[in-house]
Design a protein around this ligand. Sequence first.
Ligand SMILES: CC(O)(O)NCCCCNCCCN
Ligand SMILES: [Zn+2]
Length: 668
Amino acid sequence: MGTALIYDDEMTKYKLLWVDPACKIEVPERLTVSHEALVRTGLADRCVSVPVREATDAEILLAHSEEYLEAVKKTPYMSLEDLMEFTRQYGDVYFHPNIYHCAKLAAGAALQLVDSVMTGKVRNGMTLVRPPGHHSMRSAANGFCVFNNVAIAARYAKQKYGVQRVLIVDWDIHHGQGVQYCFEDDPSVLYFSWHRYEHQKFWPHLRNSDYDIVGKEKGAGFNINVPWNKVGMENGDYLSVFCHVLLPVAYEFCPDLVLVCAGFDSAIGDPEGEMCATPDVFAHLTHLLMNLAGGKLCAVLEGGYNLTSLAQSVCQTVQTLLGDPVPRPASLNSPCISALESLQCVRSAHKAYWSCLKHAADLPTSTISTKRIKLREGEETTEKGGEEEKDAEEKVWPEPPKRVTPPVCAALVLPDDVACPEGCERFSFSEDLDPLLASKLRESFLRDADDSTALITISSLIALTEKMEKNEICSGLALVRDVTKAMTSIVQHVTTVLSNRVLVVCVGDGNVPSHITEDRETLVVQMGSAQTDEQSCKYYIRVCLKKGCSDTSGFVQAVFGLLLPLGYEYDPSLVVLVRMPDSGVSDSLWQQLTGLLQSFALGHTLVLLQEEEKALVGLTASSLLGNPAPSLKQLQAPLTEDVEALERLRHRLQADWKLLQTTAPQTQ
Ligand SMILES: CC(O)(O)NCCCCNCCCN
Ligand SMILES: [Zn+2]
């Protein structure tokens, strides 16, 4: 199934008709540069084009009052003076004779996207709209927004398709208070937003945007606010919040549909956000959400005012929705202190509501900057002045790397009697084996040296890693007699001959030859149940789950709280995913893990299965081909001893691995 792209240039046909410094950044070119970039890069042609439509009155009334709708209906017939008068009753927004029409198209476009995804016409999609929506409230326009496109879409999905749980991820740099107010007492809609806040000194200056506003009554816990109290946040800050807050909660919530308030003013160069995250980070944010809800993801444009980073970020998002490999995470810095304080505050505020956060640390006490500094009357805000505003110094950043999709998506090394799944390519090393390599392999890995099939398999695997390194093949899978031996020979080859960093993920117990963990070029993370005396060290990390890998919620904790942050920090060029014999991991969790690990190494994931487990070839290959993993059930609480053990392990390792941090260093 494909990716929908919904755009209509009618939504470019309104603009600011008078002088208003606060609104001048919201220009029609935001839509044209975004769409033109998608066309120029060929991404638009790869999408399924779906037409826009106007939202009906009934649909708009899903999130707005009748008096508000009736008032907006009058604007097309207003004179310039009347439009200015009408605008004055709202904040930081402007009206235009054509904006009502465009606002109906923006909301209608979001509904068309929901229809396309919910009916299975497409897997996921994005719509480029203006006016944006997430600030508009039941009876008020605000922050360039007229109708709350995403709030309407969420209500529509529940009403028309019986969707039980909707996750709304708002990565725009402003707080979508309109969405928050719409669902704050509704446990069926989980709203997550990060936003520039600076202790309430940044627009819209709402006390309700802070981390301790968690939702009301039955909705308590279903509203997550992550305030950024400093500008300049980077990719590492964003990915830490995804790994340590959003994703564990999202998997516990187990949504049937994911809606994204896709604002790109959180990208570098944007005059509103003044952050430093680069456009390729949106490829990762998108990818990390794509295995939720069986892949049903609708991205709706919100803000984004630097036309260069906006266009690049839109392309990164759409290219990921199309299933292309995500770029390697550029050298991530550790989260800054302020981000860690926010992280700690949010996790602490929600520990009562989410079992995955039950053991989170308490609120930081001593750190001064988490205390809210009440905005005293007239105290200067961080807003720019009026006309005399200084030009944010021109930020420059590298063009996101071209994301080439290798000619072969998944290559499989299989015994002849095992069928090769649709869409994959059987791979066997054909050319005659280099005699030197053959003898080396024989003496170091093969018991009975004349075991020719094993030799062929091992040499096929080595040839496979070389083709992955050349980006001729994206991912691989092999059925082998002994996964440990195969893992060892691959790691040996890749780290010595190709001198690349390898992340080895071992699912299940079994001995991992110690020497592959001593070369510093390999990071091994093993998830199992065996309590071993040997301690984890920086490059060989053992996660012990009481009930082993059959405990889905404990396993998911370890994936988001430990494995993904490690992977992002280590930034390997190859991921080897090994399913140890009798691992006990469930099929859907195995597929989730196979999907998530493609965040690293340009998707170069090599999966090793014992040949007895040939029944797993099809579903593993499906994940390697980029098909969304089946959604896990709603997760019950992980075992206390497992979470405590994971916290201890993370605490011990965070000196070496900065992305494991979830708390700010204690200041005296
Ligand atoms: C969709 C959106 O979230 O990007 N809207 C942002 C609105 C920003 C308003 N800034 C007002 C500045 C007042 N001096
Ligand atoms: Zn915004």
